[in-house]
Design a protein around this ligand. Structure first.
Ligand code: PMP
Length: 437
């Protein structure tokens, strides 16, 4: 039975049992309509209400300001690796175009330049100036940077930091901010109005490598022009307080802390959407040799249609909304800080047990950047037999989902919101017993 098992999978991940019980009822008959929630139209009044309620709960939990929008899509976290690039490049290119036009309007030799000359000039500005900064702190930010390079060319992707250089090619640390190489167009002297990079990417929590940013990086605070921070929060969404205003975009798949796999949530500054933001036209992008993204990934289209441009899995939105509403009800005025305290307490208990037996357990990442969500360790320096024995012993106690990601091996304990304090206590007991037994 479900109650007997404690599951520490990395995603999909456990969900609160009462939410799943309610979901199983809603699947058969939603609010006594005689129709199940996965059967009803995504354009029905009920579906609209579910969307509104879910947004409201999220806005409450994270104190999302009015000048931010919340979007839902089916893209998966990986889909946003592409969507972010299409959108932020399009905004940056349009800014560059307008800035160039302004400069040329006052330049006697340039003001009558032909369309073709203008496009060529813009192309050369873009080639030398457009940069997307990536902080590569683990395998997910690495993948995101690779997708950007695939779409727009490696020359536009600036690896501001690569944590692998800290430890012989392996992830597990985050470089000092003073060692980051963030590229700002202004430093090139072209088009001085264009102060911002197209984006600065960070993965707030690296699920595979167990690395989490301890806090928002000081270097990215928006005082020296906007760093256009895009944060992948797929695996630590709703586990701690975030100051939303510091980010241009926050996104994450729902399937870890929030709900089921079908949806991805995007929180973005409204100034990055029309009418405030202007995007390069598809024609211009094609002329410049830059890609035009698929319509289902297009944020302005999604936003304009209240996330209902195409069929949205309302069941998944509803589940996410139920999970969020439980947090609102449980923690009241504390909002997400209530959950943060519990998350920290559980992570503290687990790391405490691991640190008590350094000859048995080797926590992989540096202490200063240890994830509270994905606790990655090796047993006896990666002894395969010992790790097998550990997993077998855990399984006997119905402590499941502890195997590390296939790319790195070892053990990974995922400590998402629905993992109970009691479940963690059982695992801590096992960690003690295994080490001393
Ligand atoms: N980013 C992070 C941090 C992740 O952990 C994951 C999935 N484990 C993804 C992105 C990719 O998400 P998806 O599988 O939904 O595309």
């Amino acid at each position: 039975p479900r109650e007997a098992v404690n599951y520490f999978g990395a995603g999909p991940a456990p969900l609160p049992t009462p939410v799943l019980e309610a979901a199983s009822k809603a699947l058969l008959n939603y609010e006594d309509m005689g129709i199940g929630i996965a059967e009803m139209s995504h354009r029905s009044p009920q579906a609209n209400q579910i969307l509104a309620d879910t947004k409201a709960a999220l806005a409450t939990l994270l104190d999302i300001p009015d000048d931010y929008d919340i979007l839902f899509t089916q893209s998966g976290g990986s889909g946003q690796f592409s969507a972010v690039v299409f959108h932020m490049v399009s905004i940056w290119v349009e800014r560059a175009r307008q800035s160039m036009e302004k400069q040329w309007a006052n330049d006697d030799t340039m003001k009558n330049a032909s369309e073709h000359e203008r496009t060529q000039a813009l192309k050369s500005i873009i080639n030398t100036t457009m940069k997307l900064n990536y902080l590569v702190t683990g395998s997910w930010s690495l993948k995101a940077s690779q997708e950007a390079a695939r779409l727009i060319g490696q020359e536009h992707v600036s690896i501001a930091s690569d944590s692998r250089t800290l430890r012989d090619g392996k992830f597990g640390g985050i470089a000092q901010e003073s060692d980051w190489h963030l590229r700002h167009p202004v430093s090139t002297g072209v088009l001085p109005e264009l102060r911002t990079p197209a984006l600065t990417w960070m993965c707030d929590n690296e699920t595979v490598d167990g690395v989490e940013f301890p806090a928002f990086p000081k270097t990215l605070e928006a005082n020296d022009g906007d760093a256009m921070v895009v944060a992948d929060m797929s695996s630590n969404f709703l586990s701690r307080k975030v100051d939303v205003r510091k980010y241009a975009v926050i996104f994450g798949g729902a399937q870890k802390n929030i709900g089921t796999t079908g949806i991805t949530i995007i929180i973005l500054r409204k100034s990055l959407l029309p009418p405030q933001a202007q995007m390069a036209s598809p024609t211009l992008l094609r002329q410049l040799g830059l890609p035009v993204g698929p319509i289902v990934l297009d944020w302005p289209t999604i936003a304009k249609n209240n996330s209902l441009y195409n069929t949205l899995p309302i069941l998944d939105v509803w589940i996410a909304g139920q999970v969020m509403q439980r947090l609102v009800n449980t923690y009241g005025d504390k909002k997400i800080v209530g959950q943060e305290e519990i998350s920290n307490q559980k992570a503290g208990a687990l790391y405490g047990a691991l640190d008590a037996y350094p000859q048995i357990y080797n926590v992989v990442p540096d202490k200063s950047v240890r994830s509270r969500m994905n606790i990655c360790l090796r047993i006896k320096g990666g002894d395969a037999d010992a790790e097998k024995k550990f997993l077998a012993g855990a399984e006997e106690r119905l402590l499941l989902g502890l195997k590390g990601h296939r790319s790195v091996g070892g053990i990974r304990i995922s400590n998402y919101n629905a993992v109970s304090v009691q479940g963690v206590e059982k695992l801590v007991k096992y960690l003690n017993d295994f080490a001393s037994g």
